[in-house]
Design a binder for this molecule. Structure first.
Ligand SMILES: Cc1cc2nc3c(=O)[nH]c(=O)nc-3n(C[C@H](O)[C@H](O)[C@H](O)COP(=O)(O)O)c2cc1C
Length: 165
């Protein structure tokens, strides 16, 4: 009989799937932004235009998403690993953001996104489905700005860059 899959084996297995790295952003207070690094992001539907992102039930961003029902998704560039690390930790403040030269842009829909990233999506939260210890946030994409550049990748628990043939 096969032995049960452990949590570590599960993580290792899923880590074989290479992804990009996004920062999910939401308004914290008027004019200020809270962000979370997420790679559990995918497109869902073309008509309507939907995406999803899976958020840990303990993540601080979850109640903000529930409150504001608007979310920005910014895809990081390959030289933005420091931003990925910054948005993966709880302490976020204006001083650190100044040091990292972070710039937010507010879309016409009133959604904060991160400037100088590969692509920036402005979304409204359509539905949220609890799935195990995460919540699947389904967002309707209202606007997309492609800025270009090479993306940061995440593979087997490490950051990577796209190589050329
Ligand atoms: C590369 C990378 C990808 C991540 N992807 C996700 C994700 O898809 N969903 C999620 O909930 N957390 C993800 N995390 C973890 C969160 O960024 C991190 O736990 C969270 O920001 C911590 O915030 P908290 O203080 O609100 O818990 C990821 C972290 C990294 C470094």
């Amino acid at each position: 009989m096969a032995t049960a899959l452990t949590a570590r084996e599960f993580r290792n297995a899923l880590g074989q799937f290479a992804t990009g790295v996004t920062v999910v952003t939401v308004e914290r207070e008027p004019g200020s932004v809270f962000g979370m690094t997420a790679n559990a992001f995918t497109s869902v539907s073309l008509n309507p235009m939907l995406i999803l992102v899976c958020v840990d039930e303990r993540a601080k961003i979850l109640p903000l998403l529930d409150k504001h029902k608007r979310v920005g998704i910014s895809v990081l560039k390959q030289d933005q690993q420091a931003l990925s690390e910054y948005f993966a930790q709880a302490e976020q403040n204006a001083e650190a953001e100044h040091r990292l030269a972070l710039r937010y842009r507010w879309t016409t829909e009133g959604v904060p996104v991160l400037e100088d990233t590969v692509v920036q999506l402005s979304c409204s939260v359509m539905t949220a489905h609890v799935a195990g210890d995460h919540t699947i946030i389904v967002g309707k994409v209202e606007d997309a700005e492609i800025r270009g550049g090479e993306p940061l990748l995440f593979f087997r628990g490490e950051y990577r860059h796209i190589g050329r043939q």
